[in-house]
Design a protein around this ligand. Structure first.
Ligand code: 5GP
Length: 221
C-alpha cells in the first residue's frame, strides 16, 4: 500500500505540489540500501536517481538499475559537460548523479531519492536548497556497523578496512542533515522515513496549488 498523496483520493491530494529530493546518506553498512529499497517499493511517487560510478559492479548488481557503470574517461567527460548534478570521489572511485532525469522528475512534481555521500549532499544543497530534504542514517553502534560490513563480504578485506576508516568520516557530517534516523529496528526506521517524507510533502511552500484552492474557497464564502 502506498501512502503517497498521489494515491489518496481526497481533496488534499488533488492540490499540486513541487517535487522534492530526498537524500539518504550513511556510512556503508548502516542499512541504507534496504531502507531505500523499501521506500521505493511502498511509495510510487518517489523514484530512485541511478548514479554513475567508475567502480566495478558487485555480484548481483545490474547496470542501469543499481548504477550506470562507466569508465573514468566517460565520468570526467560528464563532469566537464555539466551532465552531473553533483559528483565525488568515494573510495578512489568516481560517483555522480545524472542531472537530466532529476530535473525532469522534479518538473513533473514527482520526488527523487538520492543515495549519495556527504560530499554530494553538500553540492546538491547549494543547487537545490528548499527542494532538498536530507536524512542521515546512523547505525545503532560501532560494533553493529563493523559486523554488518564483515557479513556483507561482497568486498575484499582491504576494502572493508577502508570502509570502516571512511565510516567515521561520513558519520562526522551527521549534523549537516535535516533529519537523523538510527537504524536499530528496521520497521521503526522505515516508518520514520515515511513520516519525514509525508510531512515534507505537506509543507506549505511545496503545495503550489494551495493559493488557487484557497482563493476559490474565499470567492464562494
Ligand atoms: P557503494 O560503492 O557502496 O555503492 O557506495 C559507496 C558510497 O558512495 C555510498 O556512501 C553512497 O552513498 C555513495 N554514492 C553512491 N552514489 C553516489 C553519487 O552519485 N554521488 C555521491 N556523491 N555519492 C554516491
Amino acid at each position: 500500500m502506498s501512502d503517497t498523496p498521489h494515491n489518496d483520493n481526497n481533496k488534499s491530494s488533488e492540490i499540486s505540489r513541487r517535487g522534492l529530493v530526498l537524500v539518504l546518506s550513511s556510512p556503508s553498512g548502516a542499512g541504507k540500501s534496504t531502507l531505500a529499497r523499501h521506500l521505493l517499493e511502498t511509495d510510487n511517487a518517489i523514484q530512485m536517481s541511478v548514479s554513475v560510478t567508475t567502480r566495478p559492479p558487485r555480484s548481483g548488481e545490474v547496470d542501469g538499475t543499481d548504477y550506470h557503470f562507466i569508465s573514468l574517461d566517460k565520468f570526467q567527460h560528464m563532469q566537464k559537460n555539466d551532465e552531473l548534478l553533483e559528483s565525488a570521489m568515494v573510495f578512489d572511485n568516481g560517483y555522480g548523479t545524472p542531472r537530466k532525469p532529476v530535473e525532469d522528475w522534479l518538473a513533473a512534481g514527482r520526488d527523487v531519492l538520492f543515495d549519495i555521500d556527504w560530499q554530494g549532499t553538500q553540492q546538491v544543497h547549494e543547487k537545490l536548497r528548499d527542494d532538498l530534504v536530507r536524512v542521515f542514517v546512523l547505525p545503532p553502534s560501532a560494533d553493529d556497523l563493523h559486523d554488518r560490513l564483515i557479513n556483507r563480504a561482497q568486498d575484499k578485506a582491504s576494502v572493508v578496512a577502508k570502509r570502516m576508516a571512511q565510516a567515521s568520516n561520513e558519520i562526522s557530517h551527521w549534523a549537516e542533515y535535516d533529519y537523523v534516523v538510527i537504524n536499530d529496528d528496521l520497521k521503526t526506521c522505515q516508518g520514520e522515513i515515511a513520516a519525514i517524507l509525508k510531512t515534507e510533502r505537506l509543507k506549505r511552500f511545496r503545495r503550489v496549488g494551495l493559493s488557487a484552492f484557497v482563493r476559490e474557497m474565499l470567492e464562494k464564502l
